[in-house]
Design a protein around this ligand. Structure first.
Ligand code: HEC
Ligand code: HEC
Ligand code: HEC
Length: 422
């Protein structure tokens, strides 16, 4: 153990991959796996940038900040971090020089990662990642909001220190799933609603807001509790696992911010870990949603509007632009082409994701290196705000989905907010 650490320290000092033996190799491999489970690459790489060199802009309520270089480069990366420095950054959000990190880095979740996994992650970042010289970019936040000391207060109030402890009375798979979802997976950083101070309203299932859905960057990350309309209540454990492995199942397809989670992270996880995460999610009692009766498929009235689309502005757009993929029956050709009938995202009260995906389409889902054959197209230049409002109102009301209508002003808002990123 001692020699391993020394070899690691030495290789870190030289910024060279000096691997003493097969045991170290296995440790680095495990660290690489964990870095995928934690999806470090999604935030720490810019589009077309070098892996882990940082520079991705991220919006906070105060302005944009940029992810940092976590390659082992000595000057611009984390090459000079000791393992303790690394752990402190991951669990307490404090950089080596002592400045506090913004909680856009999900350290409130990573605080739950245990020492063994931290050790493997550190080994990987020091020995398995190519050093890249790329200076960090200062946040665009103006004085006085750019002062970082208030983050210390934020941490005192909201940071729940302490690694994950197995919950008695729960089986091994449940605890493994809880550990991954709450910790490395940081699923709550998108799927849990945030409070006034940008804090996640709950960090585990003991809080009723946990994983009930949250809006971030114009995507609404769905309710993952057992709620039967907008949540995962109608999904089996196998359905959840299929979604995390392949990005699609009979109920829905991944799009928006979830696409990169599937592309970089969950599809690379072992079947055992994916099954454990599914087990844990399916154990969450229903929360959020409207409390209405469970969705039951019905195509009769929608069929009538689709045979006489002239009477219905939304049905007209649907037959012309959407029906050949999503079907007259609203069932699409799942899992290849997403169904819209009964789809939890379609039933969700907040229509942001639906508007965003219709305006901007989606980044390709890439499974096992193969991009999705028929990705959702982008309609921002084809349909105006009113047409998109009409077709989504039709979709939300069709096949007995029973969700509220969408207004042209809602579409205009998302169009404006997402235009800059295109
Ligand atoms: C959701 C986005 C996100 C994810 C996922 C993420 N990070 Fe970060 N991380 C950030 C941001 C943003 C910063 C810089 C924050 C700041 O400057 O205040 C940061 C900072 C860091 C730092 C401090 C480095 C420095 O000197 O600034 C380390 C170390 C780090 N991240 C490691 C990791 C590791 C390891 C993972 C995966 C297990 C990871 N991060 C996943 C967003 C993320
Ligand atoms: C960067 C933000 C983000 C993170 C992190 C994230 N998700 Fe998501 N997720 C979304 C968004 C947005 C959606 C809605 C779009 C969709 O259905 O793909 C979603 C959808 C889902 C769905 C489909 C729900 C439905 O009703 O269609 C599942 C299941 C899911 N996420 C599980 C997870 C798990 C498990 C994790 C952690 C390992 C996770 N997500 C992490 C943003 C995120
Ligand atoms: C070329 C086939 C195609 C066409 C045409 C198409 N879509 Fe899609 N749509 C998809 C696919 C595939 C997905 C799943 C996300 C992905 O993998 O890109 C999707 C996803 C969606 C979703 C999110 C569903 C979910 O899984 O939660 C909505 C809403 C949607 N489409 C609405 C529309 C509307 C409205 C139109 C017409 C204006 C339309 N689509 C036209 C292929 C298509």
């Amino acid at each position: 153990m001692k020699t391993t650490l020394k070899a690691l320290a030495l290789s870190a000092a030289l910024a060279l991959p000096v691997l003493a033996n097969a045991a170290d190799d296995a440790l680095v491999k495990r660290g690489e796996y964990l870095s995928k489970a934690g999806d470090c690459i999604a935030c720490h790489s810019a589009p077309r940038g070098k892996p882990f060199a940082g520079g991705l802009p991220m919006m906070t309520p105060m302005g944009a900040i940029y992810s940092t270089n976590i390659t082992p480069d000595q000057q611009t990366g984390i090459g000079q971090y000791s393992e303790d420095d690394f752990k402190r950054a991951m669990r307490e959000g404090v950089a080596k020089d002592g400045h506090n990190l913004y909680p856009a880095m999900p350290y409130p979740s990573y605080a739950k990662i245990d020492d063994d996994d931290m050790h493997a992650l550190y080994a990987y970042f020091m020995n398995g990642v190519t050093p890249v010289k790329q200076a960090n970019r200062e946040p665009d936040i103006k004085w006085p909001l750019n002062m970082r000391w208030p983050l210390k207060v934020w941490n005192m109030v909201f940071l729940d220190k302490g690694v994950y402890r197995d919950k008695p009375g729960k089986d091994v798979a449940w605890n493994r799933g809880a550990y991954l979802i709450q910790g490395l997976g940081h699923c709550g950083s998108c799927h849990t609603p945030r409070g006034v101070a940008f804090q996640e309203k709950a960090l585990d299932e003991s809080g009723s807001a946990y994983l009930t859905g949250g809006l971030l960057d114009n995507w609404f990350a769905s309710n993952l509790t057992g709620e039967h309309n907008v949540g995962l209540g109608r999904w089996s454990e196998a359905d959840v696992a299929q979604f995390l492995k392949t990005g699609a199942n009979q109920h829905a397809s991944a799009f928006g911010a979830m696409t990169s989670v599937i592309n970089n992270s969950t599809q690379a996880m072992t079947d055992g870990d994916v099954a454990a995460m599914s087990r844990y999610l399916k154990s969450l009692p229903a929360a959020g949603g409207s409390g209405g009766p469970a969705y039951v498929y019905d195509a009769a009235t929608t069929k009538v509007s689709l045979t006489r689309p002239a009477n219905d502005a939304g049905a007209r757009v649907y037959t012309a632009y959407c029906m050949h993929c999503h079907g007259a029956d609203g069932r699409g050709f799942a899992p290849m082409l997403a169904p819209l009938a009964g789809n939890p995202n379609v039933l969700e009260k907040d229509a942001s994701s639906l508007i965003n995906v219709t305006l901007n389409g989606t980044e390709d889902l890439v499974i096992g290196g193969v991009p999705a054959p028929y990705p959702m197209p982008r309609y921002a230049d084809v349909l105006n705000d009113q047409q998109i409002a009409d077709v989504l109102t039709f979709v939300r009301g069709g096949w007995r989905n029973g969700a509220a209508s969408v207004g042209a002003s809602d579409v205009a808002k998302v169009r404006k907010a997402t235009q800059a990123s295109r």
